[in-house]
Structure formats: structure tokens, C-alpha cells
Design a protein around this ligand. Structure first.
Ligand SMILES: Cc1cc2nc3c(=O)[nH]c(=O)nc-3n(C[C@H](O)[C@H](O)[C@H](O)COP(=O)(O)OP(=O)(O)OC[C@H]3O[C@@H](n4cnc5c(N)ncnc54)[C@H](O)[C@@H]3O)c2cc1C
Length: 371
């Protein structure tokens, strides 16, 4: 090793929820970890801000308390059809999710990692990853290269680092687009999540969230870019007309950008392992196809990767152990990520006419269960 390189057990690239989770999970096993992010923190985030409650046991495993994340329970959920002529209210055995301030959530996870003695560096972009047989090197825009026994790549969607590793979802057509608008909202009362089902022929969804003085509207569609903007603009008008929010966001929506999403791309990727590098979170396409949820699936994939990485370091054949990430995440997560096993167009009428079907759709949306 050159003296001009810093040495770690694990280098984690990207300090979103997936990267912070990987760092926390490795630090909990007394591993020496560097967590690197290109952005200057704290930073704003584009997000509807709902967090599935399946995350709670995982938080416990990485030593983070839900109460410290300023997460407000969501107990008010409604489903609508695309033109808002039908509605249903799913019932849940317990709170299905939480409303978070996304920027604050990310920041709290990073601060928890720092408290766990993770070496955190913001405003540091990794431009190059060099894969070696014995170690992996991350070359940053400033400072010395970082050398690790393992690298966990959590750099989000559309990272150019994926192309370097030739594993990127960019090479796999996802066909999904998202758009998002938000504004301050005067509505008071507990958080409310309205899920609009069957937005397009591909089963696209819209999510209207109000609470904490903000309104957010997001859509995820399988159509084209322009169609996605049209869907979110129409949804903003419906949301105002049906009193879900108090602000007219349709003009902002008409001028918004459509973003490509990695929904369920993980299932189409051949591998998430490149020598000593494991790919997690949005970078690995760990986003639910049913709901567009990516925070919890990203954290979950990162926890599995961290467990595998910990076992690999010091093993006689580390790369054989690292390859186990592919089978472990698939065994645990495939069901959660995949689209519903039934064509949405066939089940939609049932969801709005049959309470048990509405409940099952609620479990599919918030807890990744099959319908
Ligand atoms: C409109 C919209 C709304 C959404 N709403 C929700 C929601 O309500 N609930 C939910 O569960 N999911 C939601 N999602 C999905 C969710 O936001 C993502 O799945 C989640 O952010 C993925 O986390 P991550 O840690 O993998 O990546 P990110 O949070 O994107 O973090 C990646 C990090 O990597 C850093 N990075 C990138 N390149 C480099 C580099 N070269 N060097 C160093 N650092 C780098 C970036 O700065 C960034 O901080 C939404 C997505 C969209 C598009």
C-alpha cells in the first residue's frame, strides 16, 4: 500500500439511507469504515417522505431508534382510482408507515454513523473505482485515494460509477418514470397518504401525502416522459378538487421534470457483485415495483451487503463469500420488490368493491406482500 492511501475495512460510497445503513451495520461489527458522499451535507432531498413500518426491526439492528428519527405514524390511508370516481380505505393490523422529513432523516442516519466512529466525508465525489484481487481503491475528487477490503456502492440511481463496473441498471431498460412536486400546505391534522392506483396501462401509481405543513405529490408510471408530466398535472388538479391538499400545484407540475426510476431493476440484474464491490440501494435497483418505495428496500439491501462483507473480510476466499450477496438478497427480498402477481387492471375493480381486497392491496403497497 502506498503511504498516500487511507486504509479501511470497508469503503461506502454514497451517504443516502442505503449507504448510511451499510456504514452503521459494518461499524456495529467493529469494522473500520469510511462513508463518502459527493454532496455537501445537509442537503435537500426529492421525496414523498413515507417510510414503510417494516423498517423498524432493521433500525434496531443498526442501533438507531425510531423515536430519534422524528417519524410521525401514518394511520390515514385511502386508495383512489385514476379519475377519483372510486375510493377505498384499507385496514391495517398496525401502523403501516411513518411520515418523515427526508432531508432530516438522511442527516440523522449519517450523524448516527459518525457517532459509531464511521469516518464520514461529504463534498467528496468518487470519480473512479479500481477493482483489485486483494483490495478495492476509490479515487476521490480531492484528498488521497481510499483503499478497502470491500467497497459498498450506494451512489443512487444513474451513478456513472455503475457504468465503470459494467453492472448498471442503465444497461437494462426499466421503462419507469417518476415526477414529484411539493409545497407548503396549510392543512393541519395527522399525516394522510392517498394512493392513486392504475394511473396508466402499466399500473402506474400516484401518491399524495399531506402533513407536517407540507403537501407532496409523486407519480411513478410505465409510460413516456411527457405522459408522466401529464399524469402528475392531472393528479394535482384531482387532489385539490377532492380536498386532499390546499394548494394548486398543477402549474408547477406541468413544468416539472420526469426522472427515471430503478423500480424493481434489481430483479433484472445478473449480479450485484463486482470483485470486492457490492451494489445496494437505488444503485442496485432495490425499489419496490408496486409502490416505488426505495428507502426501506435500499436500507435492507445494504444491511444484507454489510453482513456478507463482514463475513468476507479475512475469509480464506473473500470473493466466494461476497458472491453470496446475490443469493441472500434474492432469497429475502425478491417477493418484496416484484410487481403484484396479478394484472392490476383485473384487481382494480375488486379493490374498490371488496374490503378484504383493499386490505390486501394495503399490505402489498406498505409491506411488499403479494396480492
Ligand atoms: C419523486 C420520488 C419520490 C420518492 N418518494 C419515496 C418515499 O416516499 N418513500 C420511499 O421509501 N422512497 C421514495 N422514493 C425512492 C427513494 O427516494 C430512493 O429509493 C432512495 O433515496 C434510495 O436511497 P439510496 O441511499 O440508495 O440513494 P440516494 O438517497 O440517492 O443516495 C445516494 C448518494 O450517493 C451520493 N453519490 C452519488 N454519486 C457519488 C459519487 N460518485 N461519489 C460519492 N457520492 C456519490 C449522492 O450524493 C447521494 O447522497 C422516491 C423517489 C422519487 C424519485
Amino acid at each position: 500500500m502506498s503511504k498516500a492511501e487511507a486504509q479501511f475495512d470497508a469503503i461506502v460510497v454514497g451517504a443516502g439511507p442505503a449507504g448510511a445503513t451499510a456504514a452503521l451495520a459494518m461499524a456495529a461489527k467493529d469494522r473500520h469504515v469510511a462513508l463518502i458522499d459527493a454532496a455537501k451535507h445537509p442537503r435537500p432531498r426529492v421525496c414523498a417522505g413515507w417510510l414503510g413500518s417494516c423498517v423498524v426491526p432493521l433500525l434496531g439492528e443498526i442501533g438507531v431508534k425510531l423515536k430519534d428519527l422524528d417519524a410521525v405514524p401514518i394511520n390515514n390511508v385511502a386508495f383512489f382510482n385514476a379519475d377519483f370516481t372510486k375510493t377505498a380505505t384499507p385496514k391495517f393490523p398496525s401502523t403501516p408507515g411513518y411520515l418523515i422529513d427526508r432531508a432530516g432523516f438522511d442527516e440523522k442516519l449519517v450523524r448516527a454513523a459518525e457517532s459509531a466512529e464511521v469516518s464520514f466525508h461529504d463534498a467528496m465525489s468518487i470519480g473512479q473505482i479500481r477493482l483489485g484481487e486483494e483490495f478495492v481503491t476509490a479515487e476521490p475528487s480531492r484528498g488521497v485515494p481510499l483503499r478497502g477490503s470491500v467497497l459498498i456502492l450506494a451512489s443512487g440511481r444513474k451513478s456513472q460509477l455503475l457504468d465503470q463496473l459494467r453492472l448498471g441498471p442503465g444497461s437494462i431498460p426499466s421503462g419507469w418514470w417518476a415526477a414529484h412536486v411539493e409545497a407548503e400546505d396549510v392543512k393541519t391534522g395527522p399525516p394522510k397518504v392517498s394512493v392513486v392506483l392504475g394511473l396508466d396501462n402499466f399500473g402506474g401509481i400516484g401518491v399524495v401525502v399531506s402533513g407536517r405543513g407540507r403537501a407532496t405529490i409523486s407519480v411513478q408510471t410505465g409510460g413516456e416522459r411527457a405522459e408522466t408530466i401529464h399524469k402528475i398535472t392531472t393528479l394535482c388538479k384531482h387532489a385539490l378538487a377532492h380536498d386532499l391538499i390546499d394548494v394548486d400545484l398543477s402549474d408547477v407540475a406541468a413544468r416539472s421534470e420526469a426522472i427515471s426510476t430503478p423500480a424493481a431493476v434489481a430483479l433484472a440484474m445478473d449480479t450485484h457483485v463486482a470483485k470486492r464491490t457490492l451494489i445496494v440501494g437505488d444503485a442496485g435497483g432495490f425499489v419496490s415495483a408496486t409502490s416505488g418505495e426505495g428507502i426501506y428496500p435500499g436500507m435492507w439491501s445494504a444491511k444484507i451487503a454489510a453482513d456478507v462483507a463482514h463475513e468476507a473480510i479475512g475469509a480464506p476466499s473473500p470473493q466466494d463469500v461476497l458472491m453470496e450477496f446475490n443469493t441472500r438478497w434474492r432469497t429475502e427480498m425478491a417477493e418484496y420488490l416484484r410487481p403484484p402477481n396479478t394484472e392490476t387492471q383485473y384487481i382494480l375493480p375488486l379493490i374498490f368493491s371488496n374490503q378484504p381486497m383493499a386490505d390486501r392491496m394495503g399490505a402489498a403497497f406498505f409491506a411488499g406482500q403479494n396480492i
